[in-house]
Design a protein around this ligand. Structure first.
Ligand SMILES: C[S@@+](CC[C@H](N)C(=O)[O-])C[C@H]1O[C@@H](n2cnc3c(N)ncnc32)[C@H](O)[C@@H]1O
Length: 424
């Protein structure tokens, strides 16, 4: 039985669609590019820059039209009973079929001479209802069973904007007050003690002095939980083995009160450059960026292995990401994940801890990688994640597992693995 209580379409009936009047050709051109494979964010950005004269409502309507046709294209094709529908037809189906705009206005704002017929009734499959490729809907059904419908519904609305306070600089309450003075309303997150969620319309966070001063970072609440699971303490030696641009490195550095030794490695040099800039903005002086992989036997206290993965937990971050994936993504990263976890294990001291984390919903990349590792390394054992502080609702079968439909976060998985004090 389905547990759906959430309707991702309801937000489509409260958009300023009338502001599209006269913008049909602009929207159609942007849509044509997205449908041919250009990323929606990039297309929208270029379109808005080319039309700086648009008033606020026009920009909002354009953004919603472009993102939602990009997102709902599969369901719209079903409504139109055509795989080869034109951008104006798709926009019409969005406005009238999903957004409830009367047919004549919808046709006119979409740039059509007259309304076109649409199918009525619920689409017959999860893939069509949630506008997903068949293979992906099948995958989520295998992974989540009766919760798949609700999960997929939550992938079809934008995620919240969540901030992580820099606790080395100020408290969460002090940050909320500072942001309020800058015109940004927030409320505390539900799971991470470091999280504030932005309320109301999206502010220009990058224009805020508080961001430039390193008082916070933008970071999903589930991602914050991964950083917290490391339980890094002042004075320890910690390795962030897939540091990227440093989202979690900064969090670890703050937890360590900028003491001890924090090493950050990533094969992507450009991301490490950004990490260095962000670390200095956050006031962290003890981050050692590693430009080559760390040698085995480092003997660090803790390792975070935030491995590359299929990223199915963050699909709501991009309306068209799902259509740019192919089924091989489900197995593409497994060998790398195994290799990184083995290297993490070689870097940690006896009695130390490894946190293996992904942002995906895929047992093959999550539980199975951990199970294979534990078979090969009997000197490690799995320990309860976040014992004493992590809410039980974030734990499933001894792993951290959070999802958009249950927690309001992106989807994340993590295992906490402890190395025995001495083998034998
Ligand atoms: C999930 S992202 C990390 C995000 C980062 N921890 C953060 O919080 O912003 C995974 C990272 O793994 C890196 N990566 C890819 N192959 C790797 C490898 N063989 N060893 C270590 N890192 C790798 C990628 O460049 C990417 O930055």
């Amino acid at each position: 039985m389905s547990t759906v209580t959430f309707n991702p379409l309801s937000r489509l009936s409260s958009q300023p669609w009338s502001a599209l009047d006269g913008l049909g050709p602009v929207v159609s051109e942007a849509l044509a590019r997205i449908l041919s494979g250009d990323p929606a964010e990039r297309v929208l950005d270029r379109t808005l820059r080319a039309h700086r004269e648009l008033p606020r409502e026009g920009r909002q309507a354009l953004k919603e039209a472009v993102f939602n046709v990009g997102l709902w294209r599969r369901r719209l094709a079903f409504l139109l009973d055509s795989e080869g529908a034109s951008p104006p037809q798709l926009l019409f189906a969005l406005l009238h079929g999903l957004g409830g705009v009367p047919a004549r206005e919808a046709a006119s704002w979409a740039g059509l001479e007259a309304p076109v017929p649409l199918r009525t009734g619920e689409p017959p499959s999860l893939a069509l209802r949630a506008s997903l490729p068949d293979w992906l809907a099948d995958h989520f059904t295998r992974e989540l069973g009766t919760e798949a419908e609700d999960f997929c519904a939550h992938l079809n609305v934008p995620g919240p904007i969540t901030l992580r306070v820099n606790p080395a600089r100020l408290s969460r309450e002090a940050l909320a007050a500072r942001l309020a003075s800058e015109g940004v309303a927030t409320r505390p997150g539900s799971w991470s003690p470091l999280a504030l969620q932005v309320e109301g319309p999206r502010p220009n966070l990058y224009g805020l002095a508080s961001l430039r001063e390193g008082l916070f970072e933008v970071q999903d609440e589930g991602s914050q939980l991964l950083g917290l699971l490391v339980e890094a303490r002042p004075g320890e030696t910690v390795l962030d083995l897939c540091a990227g641009a440093g989202g979690k490195t900064l969090q670890l550095g703050a937890a360590m009160a900028d003491s001890g030794r924090l090493m950050a490695y990533d094969p992507d040099a450009e991301r490490l450059d950004r990490l260095q800039q962000r670390a200095s903005r956050a006031g962290l002086t003890r981050v050692h960026v590693l430009r080559t992989p760390p040698a085995p036997g480092l003997g660090v206290d803790r390792v975070l292995a935030d491995v590359p993965c299929s990223e199915l937990g963050s699909l709501r971050r991009g309306p068209d990401l799902r259509f740019r994936l192919s089924p091989d993504v489900l197995s593409r990263f497994i060998a790398t994940q195994r290799d990184i976890l083995a290297r993490a294990a070689d870097a940690v001291r006896l009695g130390g801890r490894v946190v293996y984390a992904t942002c995906t919903v895929n047992r093959a990349e999550n539980q199975d990688v951990v199970a294979d590792f534990l078979r090969a390394r009997p000197d490690f054992r799995r320990v309860p994640p976040g014992a004493g502080w992590l809410p039980e609702a974030c734990v499933q079968d001894g792993f951290l597992f959070v999802t958009p439909h249950r927690h309001g976060t992106d989807g994340f998985f993590a295992a906490v693995l402890e190395r025995a004090e001495a083998v034998g």
